[in-house]
Ligand binder design. Structure first.
Ligand SMILES: [Zn+2]
Length: 135
């Protein structure tokens, strides 16, 4: 399934906001609400964002110096695993893809900017046709 860049407030059930490799949770250890996601987009704090409908999540990757939303905190993913949260495997997938996308922005063959592939979890070069996969 394809990764789709977020265009508006069509967020899926699981909402992951990362800054560096830390996950944003509310003070009550819940994932952020739609309104927090939308504010991060409105204030242009996200350097990348996408959704995967097949895994029912939307994720944002915030700039390193982004402020912490009120009544929220940044936690390492491993602490989420320790609490056995149901969304841990999906959050791990999200941050892995965000980090990969951050390092796979340009085609290694021709240097052109890559785009999300329409059909696969991959990046596509419109100039030379190369497709880049995470693995
Ligand atoms: Zn290329």
């Amino acid at each position: 399934m394809a990764m789709l860049t977020v265009k508006n407030e069509n967020f899926f059930e699981y909402k992951f906001i990362f800054r560096n490799n830390l996950l944003l949770l509310s003070d009550t250890n819940k994932l952020p609400e739609d309104s927090v996601m939308q504010k991060c987009i409105d204030f242009q704090l996200a350097k990348d964002m996408f959704s995967e409908s097949s895994h029912n999540y939307t994720t944002l990757h915030l700039e390193e110096n982004s402020p912490t939303p009120q009544n929220h905190k940044w936690v390492p993913l491993r602490s989420v695993f320790a609490e056995n949260a149901i969304f841990s495997p999906i959050a791990t997938r999200a941050i892995a893809l965000l980090n990969w996308r951050n390092k796979t922005r340009f085609c290694s063959s021709c240097g052109s900017l890559l785009h999300d592939d329409k059909f696969e979890t991959a990046r596509f070069c419109a100039n030379c046709g190369n497709i880049f996969f995470l693995l």
